[in-house]
Design a protein around this ligand. Structure first.
Ligand code: SF4
Length: 757
C-alpha cells in the first residue's frame, strides 16, 4: 500500500478515540448549543408536561434531497419531538411522513452499538474499537502491500454529511493511497451529473424551488414527485398560474393522475419524444433564436439531427398518437415559462445521459433557462447527493475538479498543504467497474459506508456472489442488520442523522445544517470520527490534523471551492461563523462567493443559475448534444414476455428501508407484503387476481409477490417497488455508457401464479 500506512502513527490514537467517545456521549453538539433558539415558541399547542420542550433548534431532514427544515424540540438538551419549520424556505411548514418520523428510527433495537468482527466460527461478534480498527487497517495495509493500491476500494454515500464524505474521500485517496472509490449516488444522479457537465460545462442544476410555483407549464419526465418528492409536489400545488402539468411516464403514477396531460410512452422512448418536440419547435418557429445564437453551440447540427424525428416517427417509437405528441408540444410552446423536471425514469437508463440532454436541449431552444419558472431541472435523490457530487472526492476531485488534470491536482494540493504526488493521477473506476474488478480478483478489500448494495445494487445475485471474492469487506452503518452488514468481515457502528453535525446540500443547491440532538447508542461513533481514527491507525493521521471538526472541514471545502462554479467562500460573511450564517439564513444556495457576499442579490432566499446566459464551458456557451437512441438491451420475448418497471412504492418508504421499516407509523402507511402491479389483461391471461401470489422471474433470478391488478401499468408491463429486498434479483447489469449509472427500470420477466404463504 502507499507509504503512509507503513509509517508509525504520529498522532495520539488513544487520545483521539477518547475524544470521539466523549463527543458522541455528550447530549448535544456544539452547534446545537450555539444555535438553539429562544425557548417557548414552538407552536405545539398543549403538550403533556413530560414531553414539553424547553428549547428548539432547526435541522435539515436526513432522508431525501428536498432538504426540508425541521424544528427539533429539546428537553434537557435532547430531542423529544419535531415539527416542520414554517419559516424554512424549502418546505414552508410542511413535511412528509418520513420527516415526521425522523427521530423514531433512531431508537430501533438493531442499531449497531459495538464494532463487530467475524470470528473463527464465522460469526460476527462484538469487539472494542481498538481491535476492530487495528484489524481493519492492518488487513487493508497487507492487501495493499501484496497486491498494490488498486486492490483496495471504498463505496461512499449520499447519506452522510458533506464534511464526513469529504474526509472519507481525503483519507482514502490521499492518506491510504486508494485510487478507486465511488458512491451510491452513481445509482441515482450520475446521469444528471454527466449530462450537465457535458452540456453546461459543470454539474449545475439551475433551478430553485420557487420555479415550481412560477412555471406555467411543468413537464415531469420519469418523475413521480407526488410520492418521491412530496414536498416539492406541494410547491407545485401552491402554483397560482393554473399551470399545464405534463407527465411523461409509461406508468399512470400518482403524479400522472394529477396531470393536465399524461403521455404514457413506451418504455425508454423519451429521448425520441424530445427530439420530436425539438423538430416541432424548429418547424413551428418556437425557437428563441436570439438566446440560441448568443448562448449555445451546435444549433445547426442539432436542427439537422432532429429533422428525422417527424411526428409520425415519434408516434411509432413512443406508442403515443400523433395528436398527443402535437398537443403536448403545443402546450409547451404556448407557455411563457415552461420548466422540465426529470429524475430516475431518465437517469436510470441505458441511454440516460443523451435523454437528459434531449430535455436540456429543448429548454435551451426555447430560451427556457435562467428565468423564473423555467429550467432543465434534475431532481436529486438522497439528502446529500449534491454534496457527494461536489465534495466526496470519489470519481471527481474536490469541487468538480479532475484527477487527470495536473493543474487541478496542484491547486488541490496547495489548498490542502499536501504533496501533489499524493493525489492519484487517474480517475477512479465507477461503481460497477469496482465490482467487476472484485469479480476479476483485482479489488480484494472493500470499505462500504452508509449504503446497502446487497439490497440496492442491480442484479443482486451477481453482487452477492462477489462476497466470496473479497478478502475483506468492511461495512460502516447505523444498523448492523442491513443485508450488506450481514455479509461483512468487520462492522463499524456509526452515529446517525440527529446524532452528529455537518451540512447537507439539497436538490436546489441549498446547503443546510444537521445538528446533534441525541446521543448515539452504545459505542457508535460519528462517521467523521471513524474516518479520523482510521487515518490515525493507518499512520497518516498527521495529514488530517486540520480536519479536526466538521466546521473546520467546511472551512477547508470553502477554500477548495474558491473560483469554482460552486464557490461558497462568502458563507460566514458578516456572521460569527459559516454555520451560524447557514442557520440564520435558512440554508444558502451555491454559489455564494466572497465577492458580493452580503449584497441584496446574493442574499435572495431563492436564486437560480444562468440568469446572465453564461454557461461554464470556455466561451460561456451551452452545447446541444445528441445521439441516435438505441433499443433497451433486454426486450421482452417468448420466454420472458413482460417488461418490468421498478420505482418508489410510497412516500413512507425510503430506498432499502433500512430506516423506514423501523418506524411503526411508517410501516402502517405502506403495503406489508411485496407486490407486483399487473394489467387486468395480463392478469386474466395468467389467471391471477389481486392478493394472489405470483412468481416473477428474469434471466437472473426470481421472487414471489402478491399480484395487484391495476390499469396503472400498461398491458405488457409490470411494476415492482424497489424497496423489496428481492426486486433487484430481477434487474439487469446494464449501464449508461457515459454516466455509468445502472439501468434499473427495464428488463424482461415472466410471471406465473404461485402460492402465497
Ligand atoms: Fe424529509 Fe424529503 Fe420528506 Fe422533506 S420530503 S420531510 S426532506 S423525506
Amino acid at each position: 500500500m502507499s507509504a503512509p500506512i507503513a509509517e508509525k502513527p504520529r498522532v495520539d490514537v488513544a487520545g483521539l478515540l477518547d475524544r470521539a467517545k466523549r463527543l458522541i456521549h455528550a447530549k448535544e453538539g456544539w452547534m446545537t448549543r450555539q444555535l438553539v433558539r429562544t425557548p417557548g415558541k414552538f407552536g405545539l399547542g398543549q403538550v403533556p408536561a413530560k414531553f414539553a420542550p424547553d428549547a428548539t433548534t432547526k435541522a435539515v431532514c436526513g432522508f431525501c434531497s428536498t432538504g426540508c427544515g425541521l424544528n427539533v424540540h429539546l428537553q434537557g438538551g435532547e430531542a423529544v419531538s419535531l415539527t416542520p419549520a414554517t419559516e424554512y424556505p424549502v418546505n414552508l411548514g410542511m413535511a412528509c411522513p418520513k420527516g415526521w418520523e425522523a427521530l423514531a428510527v433512531l431508537d430501533a433495537p438493531d442499531r449497531a452499538t459495538s464494532p463487530l468482527m467475524r470470528d473463527a466460527a464465522g460469526e460476527l461478534v462484538p469487539v472494542d474499537w481498538d481491535t476492530a480498527l487495528t484489524d481493519m487497517v492492518g488487513r487493508i495495509g497487507k492487501i495493499g502491500d501484496e497486491h498494490g493500491r488498486d486492490a483496495v476500494a471504498f463505496l461512499s454515500t449520499g447519506q452522510i454529511a458533506v464534511e464526513e464524505m469529504a474526509l472519507l474521500g481525503a483519507v482514502a485517496k490521499f492518506g491510504l493511497g486508494m485510487v478507486h472509490g465511488d458512491g451510491n449516488t452513481r445509482q441515482c444522479m450520475a446521469t444528471a451529473v454527466t449530462a450537465y457537465k457535458q452540456s453546461f460545462g459543470f454539474d449545475a442544476p439551475p433551478y430553485t424551488y420557487a420555479d415550481y410555483e412560477q412555471s406555467d407549464c411543468l413537464v415531469f419526465v420519469g418523475a413521480n414527485p407526488c410520492i418521491a418528492h412530496p414536498i416539492m409536489w406541494e410547491r407545485v400545488l401552491r402554483n397560482q398560474k393554473s399551470p399545464e402539468i405534463l407527465v411523461v411516464d409509461p406508468r399512470t403514477t400518482e403524479t400522472a393522475t394529477n396531470a393536465t396531460l399524461h403521455l404514457p410512452i413506451a418504455s425508454k422512448s423519451d429521448q425520441a419524444l424530445f427530439y420530436g418536440f425539438a423538430k416541432l419547435a424548429i418547424d413551428g418557429g418556437h425557437v428563441d433564436k436570439e438566446f440560441v445564437a448568443a448562448h449555445t453551440d451546435g444549433y445547426a447540427d442539432y436542427a439537422d439531427f432532429v429533422a428525422a424525428y417527424d411526428v409520425a416517427r415519434v408516434a411509432v417509437e413512443t406508442g403515443l398518437s400523433e395528436q398527443t405528441v402535437r398537443d403536448a408540444a403545443e402546450r409547451i410552446f404556448a407557455a411563457s415559462a415552461p420548466s422540465f423536471w426529470w429524475t430516475m425514469g431518465v437517469n436510470q437508463s441505458h441511454q440516460g445521459t443523451r435523454t437528459a440532454q434531449a430535455i436540456i436541449n429543448l429548454a435551451l431552444l426555447l430560451g427556457a433557462i435562467g428565468r423564473p419558472g423555467t429550467g432543465a431541472n434534475s431532481i436529486t435523490g438522497q439528502c446529500n447527493a449534491m454534496g457527494s457530487r461536489l465534495f466526496s472526492n470519489t470519481t471527481a476531485l474536490f469541487a468538480g475538479r479532475s484527477f487527470e488534470s495536473e493543474r487541478d491536482r496542484r491547486e488541490t494540493a496547495s489548498v490542502l498543504g499536501i504533496s501533489a504526488e499524493t493525489i492519484p493521477d487517474r480517475p477512479s473506476y465507477a461503481y460497477h467497474e469496482i465490482l467487476e474488478a472484485v469479480e476479476r480478483g483485482e479489488v480484494k478489500a472493500l470499505w462500504v459506508v452508509a449504503t446497502n448494495p446487497a439490497h440496492s445494487w442491480i442484479d443482486q445475485n451477481r453482487f452477492r456472489r462477489l462476497r466470496d471474492k473479497l478478502d475483506l469487506l468492511v461495512v460502516q452503518d447505523m444498523y448492523d442488520s442491513t443485508e450488506t452488514a450481514r455479509l461483512a468481515d468487520i462492522v463499524l457502528p456509526a452515529a446517525a442523522w440527529g446524532e452528529k453535525e455537518g451540512t447537507f446540500i439539497n436538490s436546489e443547491r441549498r446547503i443546510g445544517l444537521l445538528k446533534k440532538v441525541k446521543r448515539a447508542p452504545g459505542q457508535a461513533l460519528t462517521d467523521f470520527d471513524i474516518f479520523r481514527l482510521v487515518a490515525a491507525y493507518a499512520g497518516c493521521g498527521h495529514m488530517f490534523e486540520a480536519w479536526d471538526s466538521p466546521e473546520a472541514v467546511f472551512g477547508i471545502l470553502q477554500k477548495l471551492s474558491a473560483g469554482r462554479p460552486c464557490d461558497v467562500t462568502g458563507i460566514g460573511h458578516g456572521h460569527e461563523s459559516p454555520y451560524r450564517h447557514l442557520d440564520e439564513a435558512g440554508g444558502i444556495q451555491w454559489p455564494y462567493p466572497a465577492a458580493g457576499a452580503g449584497s441584496a442579490a446574493q442574499d435572495e432566499t431563492e436564486r437560480r443559475l444562468f440568469e446572465d446566459g453564461k454557461f461554464y464551458h470556455p466561451g460561456g456557451r451551452a452545447r446541444l448534444i445528441s445521439e441516435a437512441p438505441s433499443p433497451s438491451p433486454e426486450q421482452p420475448d417468448g420466454d420472458f414476455p413482460l417488461l418490468l418497471l421498478t420505482g418508489r412504492g410510497s412516500a413512507s418508504q425510503w430506498h432499502t428501508q433500512t430506516r423506514t421499516k423501523k418506524s411503526a407509523v411508517l410501516r402502517k402507511l405502506y403495503p406489508a407484503d411485496a407486490y407486483l402491479e399487473i394489467h387486468p389483461d395480463d392478469a386474466a391471461r395468467l389467471g391471477v387476481r389481486t392478493g394472489e401470489g405470483v412468481a416473477v422471474a428474469s434471466r437472473r433470478g426470481e421472487l414471489t409477490a402478491k399480484a395487484f391488478v391495476t390499469r396503472n401499468v400498461a398491458p405488457g408491463h409490470v411494476f415492482a417497488p424497489m424497496h423489496d429486498e428481492h426486486t433487484n434479483k430481477l434487474t439487469n447489469w446494464v449501464f449508461d455508457p457515459y454516466s455509468k449509472q445502472p439501468s434499473y427500470k427495464s428488463c424482461a420477466v415472466r410471471v406465473a401464479p404461485a402460492d402465497w404463504g
